[in-house]
Design a binder for this molecule. Sequence first.
Ligand SMILES: Nc1nc2c(ncn2[C@@H]2O[C@H](COP(=O)(O)OP(=O)(O)OP(=O)(O)O)[C@@H](O)[C@H]2O)c(=O)[nH]1
Ligand SMILES: [Mg+2]
Length: 275
Amino acid sequence: VARLAFPASGRAGVVGLTGSPGVGKSSLAAALVALLRRADERVAVLAVDPSSPLSGGAVLGDRVRMQAHAGDPGVFVRSMASRGAPGGLAPAAFDAVRLLDAAGWPWVLVETVGVGQAEADVRLVAETVVVVVAPGGGDGIQAVKAGIYEIADVFVVNKADRPGADEARGHLERMLDLVPARGWRPPVVATTAVSREGVDDLWAAVRRHRAWLTQGGRREARRAARLTAEVRHVALARAGHAGAERCRGPAFDEVVARVVAGRLDPSSAADALLG
Ligand SMILES: Nc1nc2c(ncn2[C@@H]2O[C@H](COP(=O)(O)OP(=O)(O)OP(=O)(O)O)[C@@H](O)[C@H]2O)c(=O)[nH]1
Ligand SMILES: [Mg+2]
């Protein structure tokens, strides 16, 4: 199915929403859906939970928040558990986005919890990546990790109704002053998702980034970079899977027994298994 979908894909505006657990990604997605529906635009939301296939909590939460749009044929909402190697998005997540794109959804919002590699991986599926943070923590911001400035196209300080939001914005702007210029400086937008304040500004920032992308072949360059990374990502995931397959069963036990007995070194054992 993913093979058939590929030629028909590439038209959707895919917007990623990532950030630490609980910062308000799903609430923002719901607010964006409401905004887009008011403009009579159709939108699909894919919530990818890389943490655990067993934690249904986030999935249920998203369903509840999206209930306002139940029965609206202009809105499609799905959650999927997706754990790739190591801790990133599974290839199924790429296929799901591509299918929604090929099926003609003009907008696809992809929510990923900013845990481990999944946070960087969202850049492989989304043209515009929105990194959501919330006020709180020592320096006025909740866990802004190293590397986040390379991932973000737009920053959101959500929960702007809470103390510390201005400090968080200031902190991000000061950090952005230090990041080497890439031709696009990620705007920092303040939102209160629960009351929908600032959500218009967020969408305007997303549109500005998309407009910037369409100039000077940037969109094509980014698409090529994304596809390069996707091929590498999927190949590595499959190679990892194939390797894991060889690290179990009687043949594996036998090789390990030789290592334990001191007759074979671990590196040669790995070579023998991968042979
Ligand atoms: N005060 C305040 N609370 C908010 C705001 N946005 C979201 N929340 C609350 O924060 C909690 C987490 O919101 P979610 O939208 O589920 O956050 P999330 O980032 O999707 O969470 P995970 O998917 O579990 O990582 C909920 O109780 C929301 O009601 C906001 O702007 N202000
Ligand atoms: Mg969520």
